[in-house]
Design a binder for this molecule. Structure first.
Ligand code: ZN
Length: 416
């Protein structure tokens, strides 16, 4: 995952443009995804697909002719969606287009102006403070033209029609945790799911933020009734413990499973209509059961949206633990079900069937026996295995394993 983050890091992505295309084409080396191109001007819900932005070069030259800001050194230097400009101006005029972080004078901020025409540069505050008075030469070699919005979609069919939707955004330039960590975890998850059987179909979206899900939702209303669970993935390689944000519904299966399997490793927060792209999926007209998994969320770590969100912020062990957490959620969703105890009058003789007491009473044996008894006790056709796990406090995999053993011995049957 870290290798993928490193490879994608230098690319200048934005809402639209060749940076997104290049990113999706690299992802296409790992998984076979479909790339969609939606023309500029296409109406999507209450929005319109914007013009395509391309950026070739951008720089500022000081009065002595030396470059003081250069896009070639960091793609964060140019404000995303900057209109083209070629001009000479005094420092006072230029300053209105310069963005810095006085609190972190060595970091370059990440700024965009998607929906209002503007141009700008982002730079270290220390550099700004050292700029002498005089005339500056400014160049942004960009274009904003009719083109397309590009996004990637990958579908792994399951045994059922029902689907799980997994979203990650692909619109940030050289920022490692905010953007690339989510992409890397999603790709690795898709690769792992591709190697095994699963009940649900898994649909992965690699789309630009906000306008991406809006565009996808506008074009895929027919798919929505099949979506049973979903997750927005972002910020999974940086600092902080897990933060799970509930769907708008608040009690969707994904909300309950995530809270249960992540347990003490996560802080669980309620939905609010602010944040990442869950805003669109959970808008009242869709109200999809989409939660969000991050580590420290946007705005809650100092490096957020700055040049300090770089490759050294993302750690392989954090990516790995994030992937495990996402997988544990899907293992829970895959393994859940409602069953019927076929011998509900008195306890069935588990010992006779080799299910009880055979492990010699160690901690593991006791947990296994408790799981068997809990599954038998609650499997009356109205409680799911998730109910069993929640009420018993047993880990979901132990509950699932007990159900498998009981099914094998005909003590349990599926309740439909
Ligand atoms: Zn962001």
């Amino acid at each position: 995952m870290l290798a993928l983050v490193e490879r994608l890091y230098p690319i200048c992505r934005s809402l639209t443009g060749d940076g997104v295309r290049e990113t999706l084409s690299i992802l296409g080396e790992h998984v076979s995804m479909e790339v969609h191109e939606v023309p500029t001007g296409t109406p999507v819900l209450d929005w319109t697909v914007p013009r395509e932005w391309q950026i070739r070069d951008a720089w500022v030259e000081g009065p002595d002719g030396k470059r003081v800001v250069d896009f070639a050194e960091s793609n964060l230097h140019v404000m995303g969606y900057s209109t083209p400009v070629r001009a000479r101006m005094p420092l006072a005029e230029l300053r209105e287009h310069l963005h810095t972080l006085p609190d972190h004078p060595d970091w370059i901020p990440y700024r965009t102006s998607y929906w209002k025409e503007a141009w700008g540069f982002c730079l270290a505050h220390r550099v700004l403070e050292a700029l002498p008075e005089g005339d500056y030469e400014v160049c942004i070699d960009s274009s904003l033209e009719e083109g397309h919005l590009t996004y990637g979609e990958l579908f792994l069919p399951g045994e059922k029609e029902d689907e799980v939707l997994i979203h990650t955004h692909v619109c940030h330039p050289s920022l490692a945790n905010d953007n690339l960590s989510g992409i890397a975890v999603a790709i690795r998850l898709a690769e792992r799911l591709g190697e095994r059987r699963h009940r649900y179909g898994y649909r992965f979206l690699f789309v630009p933020g906000m306008i991406g899900p809006i565009t996808w939702l506008a074009r895929n209303e027919a798919v929505l009734p099949r979506i049973r669970h979903g997750l927005v993935l972002a910020l999974l390689g940086g600092p902080g413990r897990f933060v799970y944000k509930r769907s708008r519904r608040g009690d969707a299966d994904v909300d309950r499973v995530a809270a249960h399997v992540l347990g003490q490793t996560a802080e669980v927060r309620d939905f609010e209509p602010y944040g990442y792209d869950e805003r669109q999926y959970c808008s009242p007209g869709f109200d999809l059961p989409m939660g969000r998994l991050t580590r420290a969320p946007h705005g809650e770590f100092a490096e957020y949206h700055t040049s300090a969100d770089n490759l050294s912020l993302v750690r392989p062990e954090r990516l790995e633990a994030s992937l495990d957490a996402v997988e544990a959620i899907f293992v829970g969703l895959e393994g859940d079900g409602v069953y019927l105890n076929r011998s509900p009058k008195g306890e069935p003789q588990l010992g006779r069937r080799g299910l009880y007491g055979s492990l010699g009473g160690g901690t593991e044996g006791r947990q296994r026996e408790r799981a068997l008894l809990w599954v038998l006790s609650l499997s009356d056709g109205t409680h799911s295995l998730l109910d069993v796990a929640e009420r018993s406090g047993l880990p979901f995999p132990a509950v699932r394993e007990a159900a498998e053993a009981l099914l094998e011995h005909d003590l349990l049957s599926g309740a439909s």
